[in-house]
Design a protein. Structure first.
Ligand code: SF4
Ligand code: SF4
Ligand code: SF4
Ligand code: FES
Ligand code: FES
Lengths: 175, 888
């Protein structure tokens, strides 16, 4: 089954929200990413076709935004902000900690497939840096201690009480 | 678009006053007074993007520096481009760019013509950057185009060109910030139109042509400004050579009718001339085989044989066929040679394959043999109607004019094409269309009739036409009443309403240009379709309105010249009918002789006469009827019957292989002359290299033969022939930058409206009979591919790399129906023959149709019937119903 067939209804709903078809690109890419954990080439092609774009145009968008993955990521996708504000308060150190603790650098995954690390642009939590996002949750004002607890929690329960909540995602207005 | 009425403003640039239309960009205003503001991302063809910051200038009263490429001028503006502040800004921008630039000029093909090099010299910019530079992984990009992303200055000109101008959108900036690189789709090699536009527009060496990689420095090359020989668009190009070696082709911004744009054929197709199989020596058939001889032997042999045959059977036992790849001078001399030195009117050319249909329709209705519009009128049009063009692939540069008119100048586009409007690797004109009538090529005429019917029924006709010519309007009205909407809808699958909407748009617009392409011109309805389109213009009062007109697109580069030089059977030089006695006398007087009196035979008639033995000898120049005509015509058998077949060719084609004498001809890259493009613009052809081997320009061969035949036509150079042409065809176009199109001849229009239309009204407007296709069959059409045109493209190594063999293009739904996937082999069979080929699934192909590229169509041609138009004698063999079967 193709991606478009599999998510027929959800896609139709998304398309109905945008008067200009190509505006649906990012929401559709999220659907594709949710499906496989990353955006596959065939999904890109299907989405391009659906929106009357060329595949290079879809590829361009995906590579511009850090939240889209072009290859499989671990169960927990750690995304450390490395933009200016966080950098000033030590995002580099956070990345170093992760390197030592998990043995992975940016763009890499642990052998057990549990963790992947990315460095990303500003996630709009500049006042509470250094910060990272893991899957859809934010973790702010990171310290080494906090990081250890988060990693342990995730390993054992799949979630951590230290999260400050999911990043905001505008829900469609229900009418 | 700047309208002529645009308000003028007065501004100062570096102390110089300049008056320009309001809204002109500062960078352009500066250019007018000779001030070149350094820039990377700006290009006059593209919308301003202002991303590189190289063009900063000071504007009085504006606190910060401004980008000259995106700031429009306003009255009283005072701009300074060379103050210390500005220079410092330019230096720092360069420093930023150089921070990551590899400075590998010694191995970069752009070296010597690179903007970054030039500006760096100008500003002696240095870099204080000591960190490591970014390095991109080197990836294979495409067979013809190479990228070296470390050199990229991220100006996005390539991406914008590919989108804004080409409408292909094959390139994308991938990633973010410094690490942005230009790519196609992921790791896939580039698949696009290969127009070379990105190579030409890149200001540095980040995108280059593989055909000339590491071959040269600009100062090592010799340049020749000439005209592309691949299609009727007639693009101006610069051919660059090192000795006899062809290195590169490009076209300067603003050059020629193409404004510096080229298509794949022009940009990458130039190697055809230096193909190793070029014929380099005259050949004569001895004991069945072609053997090498000297020019003297060959020419004397031809002259002797001509004298013998002429003595025995007379001049009219000779015939001649010439290709539109030849120059005007050659076409002219060919017909003069045949008429005067040989004594025959049996002359025809490649224009017979379709262009003649458009010509005869224009002559009948509006009394011209040329367009009454130019490319500028296409750009300025309010409504463009494209009929059977597949313009991207057949006439790519005319296609760019259409794209520009629609995308930048808001023209409304009506298309009657068989294309599905889908986005894929090539641009698709149907995607830009506002009223797209998707209809199989063979039914094109029904859709045109639909528009005419809508015009008549909705009273969209020009008000006083019915008063002036009631019989015409009444005849049309009643003819169209015979055709019911129901039948039209059944035949076209299109709602009557769609016709009405499009007809209203066309009738209500001020400037309407109709373009007819090969798919119509070369079809069985080529002539009638053109007439019906002209009816449409007539009825709506647009035929002679300013900016309006009918534009049949020429396929071969000089098909239009072939018509104007009198190398089609029905015409004398100047496109005068051969039956026009005053013209005959005038020409005979000029030529100081008698014109033969026989009625000329057209291509198919000549072949028929050869077959029955009344035609004894033929001169065939650059044409290959054996390879191009369907089996039912029996071209090979006919030619084998001749006592003398002389071929002037670049390559040993199927036809040349049958010849008694083969004379090696020089290509258009090796000679002087002129070509007349599809608009009727006469342009100079100049040699880039010496004739290959012992080959000679075709005109020299005719001239040499004429001397041996005792009716000398001697010219020191081709210019003298042009002089003679000009004396014979008053005012034969000057070589200026813009063609002056002829005006509609009102007496011709009146004749048409009085009785001319009656000749075939009934056959054009008749009730539609429904034919259905049997199961398991497809409609096979010969279609032109973007990567091949003219006579020589299949010898070009560049183009062969993109498309090296013919594959049958089928739609995804037919692929499913016949259980086929890409690359599977199928057998096609019709009542006339069969062939096996590979399939290529393309979404733009409509269901039920299969396209085979005509340049690889020699096997496919055998499947077609051939219909000969009774009036224009155009043979058409473009569609056939064939059954398709998968084979292992
Ligand atoms: S060569 Fe291809 S990628 Fe480059 S501008 Fe032309 S169509 Fe676009
Ligand atoms: S490849 Fe050339 S044209 Fe394209 S962005 Fe880079 S420098 Fe500009
Ligand atoms: S083939 Fe035609 S469109 Fe292409 S460059 Fe040559 S003349 Fe221009
Ligand atoms: S800089 Fe890190 S969240 Fe804004
Ligand atoms: S040329 Fe003006 S910003 Fe690039």
């Amino acid at each position: 089954m193709t991606f478009v067939e599999k998510y027929k209804d959800e896609i139709a709903d998304i398309l109905s929200r945008y008067p200009v078809r190509r505006s649906a690109l990012i929401p559709l890419l999220y659907v594709a990413q949710r499906d496989q954990g990353y955006v596959t080439e065939s999904a890109m092609q299907e989405i391009a076709h659906l929106l009357r774009l060329t595949p290079p145009q879809v590829y361009e968008t995906i590579t511009f935004y850090t939240m889209f993955n072009l290859k499989p990521v671990g169960t927990f996708h750690i995304q450390v902000c490395k933009s200016l504000m966080c950098a000033l308060v030590g995002s580099d150190t956070v990345i170093e900690w992760i390197k030592t603790k998990l043995g992975i650098g940016p763009g890499e995954s642990t052998a057990d497939g549990l963790f992947s690390l990315s460095v990303v642009e500003c996630l709009a939590a500049c006042g509470t840096g250094p910060m990272m996002q893991i899957n859809e949750d934010y973790y702010e004002q990171l310290t080494e201690n906090k990081l250890d607890r988060i990693l342990t929690d995730l390993r054992s329960t799949g979630t951590s009480p230290l999260k400050s909540g999911p990043f905001m995602w505008p829900e469609p207005v229900k009418t | 678009m700047t309208t002529p009425t645009a308000q003028m403003v007065r501004i100062m640039i570096d102390g110089m006053t300049v008056n320009v239309p309001k809204g002109t960009l500062v960078i352009e205003a500066a250019r007018r007074v000779g001030v070149m503001i350094p820039h990377f991302c700006y290009h006059p063809k593209l919308k301003p993007d202002a991303n590189c910051r190289m063009c900063l200038v000071e504007i009085e009263k504006v606190p910060k520096l401004q980008t000259a490429c995106s700031t429009p001028v306003d009255e009283g503006m005072n701009v300074r481009t060379a103050t210390t502040v500005v220079n410092d800004a330019h230096k720092s921008v360069l420093e930023f760019i150089l921070a990551n630039h590899p400075l590998d000029c010694p191995v970069c093909d752009q070296g010597g013509k690179c903007d970054l090099q030039d500006f760096s010299h100008q500003y002696t910019a240095t870099s204080r950057f000591t960190e490591t530079k970014r390095v991109f992984q080197k990836e294979y990009f495409s067979p013809l185009i190479e990228t070296q992303m470390n050199r990229c200055v991220q100006c996005l000109r390539c991406v914008r060109y590919c989108d804004e101008v080409m409408d292909v959108k094959a390139l994308a900036p991938v990633g973010r910030g410094t690490m942005t690189e230009i790519k196609h789709f992921g790791f896939h090699p580039l698949d696009c139109e290969f127009c070379g536009g990105c190579v030409q527009i890149c200001p540095v060496g980040a995108i280059t042509s593989r055909l000339s990689m590491y071959e040269y420095r600009p100062w090592m090359l010799k340049r020749a400004e000439t005209i592309c020989g691949y299609c009727g668009d007639g693009c101006q190009m610069t051919v660059q050579t090192k000795g006899q070696e062809l290195i590169e082709v490009n076209s300067a911004h603003g050059a020629g009718r193409n404004n510096g744009d080229l298509c794949a054929r022009g940009f990458f197709g130039f190697h055809a001339a230096s193909h190793p199989q070029r014929l380099t020596h005259p050949l004569i058939r001895r004991h069945g085989a072609l053997v090498q001889v000297t020019w003297e032997e060959a020419l004397e042999y031809v002259a002797d044989r001509v004298n013998e045959i002429k003595a025995a059977h007379g001049g009219p036992s000779f015939g001649g066929l010439i290709s539109g790849r030849c120059t005007n001078e050659e076409l002219y001399l060919f017909q003069k040679f045949l008429r005067m030195a040989i004594g025959t009117n049996h002359i025809d050319s490649s224009a017979r394959y379709g262009h003649v249909n458009g010509l005869q329709a224009m002559q009948l209705v509006q009394g011209t043999h040329r367009w009454t519009v130019t490319f500028e009128d296409i750009l300025d049009a309010d409504v463009l109607i494209l009929v059977g063009t597949n313009i991207t692939e057949t006439n790519p540069i005319t296609g760019l004019k259409v794209k520009e008119a629609v995308k930048k100048r808001q023209a409304t586009l009506i298309t009657i094409e068989s294309l599905e409007p889908v986005v894929d690797t090539m641009s698709n004109i149907a995607n830009l269309s506002h009223h797209h009538f998707r209809i199989p090529t063979s039914d094109t005429h029904h859709a045109i009739v639909g528009l005419v019917k809508a015009v008549l029924e909705q009273n969209l006709t020009q008000p006083d036409l019915a008063q002036r010519h009631p019989t015409y309007v009444n005849a049309m009205t009643s003819a169209l009443q015979q055709i019911s909407w129901q039948d039209l809808q059944a035949a076209t699958g299109i709602e009557p309403d769609a016709f009405v909407r499009a007809a209203k748009v066309a009738a209500g617009a001020r400037r309407v240009v109709i373009m007819a392409g090969q798919l119509l011109l070369r079809s069985e309805q080529g002539y009638s379709g053109c007439l019906t389109l002209l009816d449409l213009l007539l009825l709506t009062g647009k035929l002679d309105a300013p900016g309006c007109g009918f534009a049949p697109l020429a396929e071969e580069n000089n098909d239009q010249g072939a018509i104007e030089m009198g190398t089609v059977t029905e015409l004398l030089p100047g496109a005068q009918p051969i039956t026009n006695d005053t013209e005959r006398e005038r020409i005979a007087k000029q030529w100081k002789g008698e014109l033969p009196t026989d009625k000329g035979a057209s291509l198919i008639e000549m072949l028929e006469r050869a077959r029955v033995g009344s035609l004894k000898a033929m001169f065939i120049v650059g044409e290959n009827p054996v390879g191009s005509l369907p089996a039912v015509i029996h071209a090979e058998a006919s030619l084998r019957n001749l006592d003398l077949l002389v071929c002037q060719e670049l390559f040993l084609t199927e036809t040349a292989a049958l010849a008694h004498v083969v004379l090696p001809a020089a290509s258009s890259l090796e000679k002087h002359g002129t070509f007349t493009n599809t608009e009727g613009h006469v342009q100079a052809v100049r040699p880039a290299i010496e004739p290959v081997g012992d080959s000679r320009p075709d005109w020299e061969i005719f001239s040499a033969l004429s001397i041996l035949l005792n009716s000398p036509m001697e010219y020191a150079e081709s210019k003298e022939i042009l002089k003679e042409i000009r004396s014979l065809i008053p005012g034969y176009s000057s070589l200026g930058p813009t063609p002056l199109p002829p005006k509609v001849d009102h007496s011709a229009v009146d004749r048409y409206l009085t009785d001319g239309y009656q000749r075939d009204l009934a056959s054009r407007y008749h009730p539609i009979s429904r034919a259905s296709r049997p199961d398991g069959t497809v409609r096979l059409e010969l279609a032109q591919s973007l990567f091949h045109s003219g006579k020589l493209s299949t010898r070009s190594k560049g183009l062969l790399q993109v498309e090296g063999s013919g594959r049958l293009r089928i739609s995804p739904s037919d692929a499913a129906r016949f259980a086929l996937s890409d690359g599977d082999r199928v057998r096609l069979s019709s009542t006339s023959g069969e062939m096996t080929t590979e399939v290529k699934i393309m979404e733009r192909v409509p269901q039920g149709t299969a396209w085979f590229p005509s340049h690889f169509g020699q096997a496919a041609v055998q499947l077609f019937e051939c219909a000969i138009d009774p009036i224009t004698h155009v043979p058409s063999f473009r569609t056939a119903t064939v059954s398709m079967m998968k084979v292992a």
